[in-house]
Ligand binder design. Structure first.
Ligand code: C2E
Ligand code: SIN
Ligand code: SIN
Ligand code: SIN
Ligand code: FE
Ligand code: FE
Length: 373
């Protein structure tokens, strides 16, 4: 049998692809390289690696450089059937199959005759896509069980590689988005220093850990809480930097900053920016329902919002502002005792006092620098 790869050749083949693929960062390029590996492993003319997009309920793939990714509904095609049923398929007369969708053929002018499709699972056993090898070689041969075994081996490796690369892309995209938004914020004229946001981040981390959030959520909140006042970029200078106390009209204008920030951030699909949107929206809500903008109460307020509220107020009270001097620690602690169960989540207030030393260490570490004007 000349049309089945020998084990030794197969190992060499996989090894050479792993070496190439591990140097590649783009998920789209990795999909194409895996497709190429699949095609060569089983002597097929073509191979397409499909990925599930859960949000859009589609399957997408990249078949060649210079062609846009192809996307089909998850309900469509033989590949859709494979993903829905989580079962591999060998189809020897593709155009006679009522499920055949043929979008790739239409876009590439190719003629599919036979194919083998196998589902791809991640570590958690969730289906993330499918390997589809097309037109067994030499011409007029069909796929056999042995081909199936080989492609299944490759698919385990492929699933892991793709997941990692999508994760890295997600991180890259998040960073780009954050840098962009921070660039916009750079226009902000608020006189608060950069250390204010760093302290709020660290206070939030302390509370999130003490509260028992998962490591992932702790990191998310720590990254998101510094953006709580993003909406202040849209507040007029005369209000934002007024050297004294607000009148009622000014207070009303300032109160819009929570929703303004939310509106800037809410469109994002990124975990970090979604969390920032929540924090922006809810950091002035109060446990007893007397806060703004939505008078949310108790656990209606997201834990990220409840934590950021404490971090923000602790920092605001301890700092000079254009409109007030920093408070003494005694006055601050008294306010926190009074506001336990009113402004602040009682459990978080207790955790604040239990972890007071850590709060004070952060405050010492990240003091405001003296501004020379
Ligand atoms: P901020 O200065 O970062 O203050 C955040 C929160 O800390 C305040 O939210 C409030 O809950 C608490 N806080 C700060 N200073 C005091 C204080 O002297 N007494 C008490 N009891 N709580 C205090 P809030 O009130 O929703 O204010 C949101 C933001 O509006 C403030 O952020 C600040 O930028 C601005 N702001 C509020 N009042 C005035 C004001 O009278 N004049 C000016 N120029 N800005 C104000
Ligand atoms: C390949 O043929 O190996 C690349 C993927 C494709 O064109 O379907
Ligand atoms: C497609 O090319 O549209 C998918 C092929 C199929 O599985 O029907
Ligand atoms: C504020 O300072 O932000 C309003 C609350 C107060 O005046 O005590
Ligand atoms: Fe605020
Ligand atoms: Fe603030």
């Amino acid at each position: 049998m000349s049309n089945v790869t020998k084990p030794q050749e197969m190992i060499e083949l996989i090894f050479s692809y792993i070496t190439q693929i591990s140097a590649e960062r783009s998920a789209e390029n990795i999909l194409m390289m895996l497709a190429d590996m699949g095609r060569r492993l089983v002597y097929a003319d073509r191979c397409t690696v499909w990925m599930v997009n859960r949000k859009k309920e589609t399957l997408w793939t990249k078949v060649a450089h210079g062609i846009d990714p192809i996307e089909i509904p998850m309900s469509a095609g033989i590949v859709g059937r494979c993903v829905r049923d989580k079962k591999h398929l060998i189809i020897n007369n593709v155009y006679a199959d009522p499920d055949f969708h043929g979008e790739v053929d239409r876009q590439t002018g190719y003629l599919t005759k036979n194919m083998m499709v196998i589902p791809m699972f991640n570590h958690d056993g969730n289906i993330i896509g499918a390997f589809q090898v097309i037109n067994k070689l030499p011409k007029d041969e069909v796929f056999v069980q042995e081909d199936l075994r080989y492609i299944m081996l490759a698919s385990t490796y492929a699933a892991e590689t793709i997941e990692t690369s999508l994760l890295l892309e997600e991180i890259d995209a998040t960073q780009k988005e954050v840098v962009y938004i921070m660039g916009v914020t750079g226009e902000s004229r608020s006189k608060e220093t950069g250390n204010h946001v760093k302290r709020v981040a660290e206070y939030s981390r302390i509370l999130a850990q003490a509260y028992g959030l998962s490591e992932e959520e702790v990191d998310t909140l720590t990254g998101a809480s510094p953006m709580h006042d993003l909406g202040k970029i849209a507040i007029p200078d005369a209000v934002l930097n007024k050297p004294g106390r607000f009148n009622e009209a000014e207070r009303k204008i300032m109160d819009t900053h929570a929703e303004l920030g939310y509106n800037i951030l809410k469109g994002s699909e990124r975990t970090l920016l979604k969390a920032a949107a929540i924090v922006s929206y809810q950091h002035h809500e109060k446990w007893d329902g007397s806060g703004y903008p939505n008078s949310l109460k108790g656990e209606e307020i997201h834990i990220y919002g409840r934590i950021t509220a404490i971090a923000d107020v602790f920092d605001a009270l301890g700092s000079d502002r254009v409109y007030k001097k920093a408070w003494s620690d005694e006055k601050i602690f008294n306010l926190f005792k009074e506001e336990r169960g009113r402004h602040f989540d009682p459990k978080l207030t207790d955790l604040f006092f239990e972890n007071l030393e850590n709060f004070l260490a952060v405050r010492d570490e990240l003091q405001d620098e003296f501004m020379h004007e």
